[in-house]
Ligand binder design. Structure first.
Ligand code: BTN
Length: 338
């Protein structure tokens, strides 16, 4: 992969994102209207108007005459400015964030925007999807406000064959963020399943738009089951799926989790662009529950039995077959045999 293009010091942000970022500074100490106005280069009246509009969106902002403004509560619904306010300003991933109340599939929407020239790093979340898709044409159940359903647009300078690297980097970043935020033992099942206590917690759908020798863009779709209770899952899914809320016994703050995910995705995409896939792969191996296991792999009409040994430089799984050959697998369903 080629070197990273020069990245700007900071990506531009809306006034609301900058106000929320200032209110979220460590310690959550109050900040005066004068200071906010100076920092943002706007009048105190304009600050007051923006604070009023943030309150209308559900942000609890207390104003005390001497100390200033303090953020005491955030809305349950995701909000683009709030998500951006929680990210470092140099994050390419999330440099442009959209939140839709409902859509068909965030992958489909972002693919359309990508073809119309949307910038790399654009992220679209949906509170619910009516036609959420998983791998191999499976449906992805995406109930309103319960999970994180989002897609990320990347324009990597890689050969289409190396696309599995993106999935590997995404899985490592997502598993790290989920483990950090929940304290739960999150594992990866090759190539793209996020697992918790043997059940599926989330998945990644990487879709490529390519020309003969290069990638035009990649849409990385990520679905994480966050606050579902068992009854929220369709009966056939209930047996094999879980959510962070079920495992932790309490709901989680989706906005905080979303920001942690974007931050970790940014770190690993940066590592890929700097040619440091080996480091990413090492992290991934630490988190992976597939390596060293006896597996059955279903790819198309073919079935392969063997031991999953490692991944190669392009992110393909290398499986020592029952006949002793090393087989290279780039897709399919993996089942643990013992
Ligand atoms: C899988 O495990 O099969 C992948 C699931 C990916 C689901 C996400 S939800 C956001 C994005 N939009 C979609 O339609 N699918 C992905």
């Amino acid at each position: 992969m080629s070197a990273a293009p020069d990245s700007p010091e900071a990506y531009p942000r809306s006034v609301d994102a900058r106000i929320l970022a200032a209110l979220r500074k460590p310690g959550d100490a109050p900040i005066s209207g004068i200071e906010l106005a100076q920092r943002l280069g706007i009048s105190r009246a304009a600050v007051w108007a923006r604070i009023e509009s943030l309150r209308q969106l559900g942000f609890g902002i207390i104003a005390s005459p001497h100390a200033g403004y303090r953020l005491v509560q955030s809305p349950e619904a995701l909000h683009p400015d709030d998500l951006q306010a929680r990210l470092p300003e140099c994050c390419l991933v999330g440099s442009n964030i959209h939140v839709l109340a409902e859509t068909t599939s965030t992958n489909d929407i972002l693919d359309r925007w990508a073809r119309d020239g949307a910038a790399e790093g654009t992220v679209v979340f949906a509170e619910s999807q009516t036609r959420g898709r998983g791998r191999l044409g499976r449906a992805w159940h995406s109930p309103a406000g319960r999970g994180l359903w989002f897609s990320l647009l990347l324009r990597p300078r890689i050969h289409p064959q190396a696309i599995t690297r993106i999935t590997i980097a995404t899985a490592a970043a997502v598993a790290r963020a989920l483990a950090m935020e929940s304290g739960l033992p999150i594992r990866i099942k090759w190539p793209n399943d996020l697992m918790l206590e043997g059940r599926k917690l989330g998945g990644i759908l990487t879709e490529l738009s390519a020309e003969t020798d290069g990638v035009k863009h990649v849409i990385v779709g990520i679905g994480i089951d966050v606050n579902q209770v068992a009854a929220d899952f369709p009966p056939d899914v209930r047996k094999v799926a879980t959510s962070l809320c079920i495992a932790a016994g309490q709901p989680m703050d989706r906005a905080r989790l979303a920001a942690a995910l974007l931050c970790e995705l940014d770190k690993d995409y940066r590592r890929l662009r700097e040619g440091r896939f080996a480091e990413v792969a090492e992290d991934w191996e630490q988190l992976c529950s597939t390596l060293g296991k006896h597996v059955r792999i279903q790819t198309g009409g073919r079935r392969l039995f063997g031991v999953a040994e490692t991944i190669d430089a392009e992110g393909a799984l290398l499986v020592r077959s029952e006949h002793g050959h090393l087989e290279r697998v780039i897709g399919g369903d993996v089942f643990m045999e013992k």
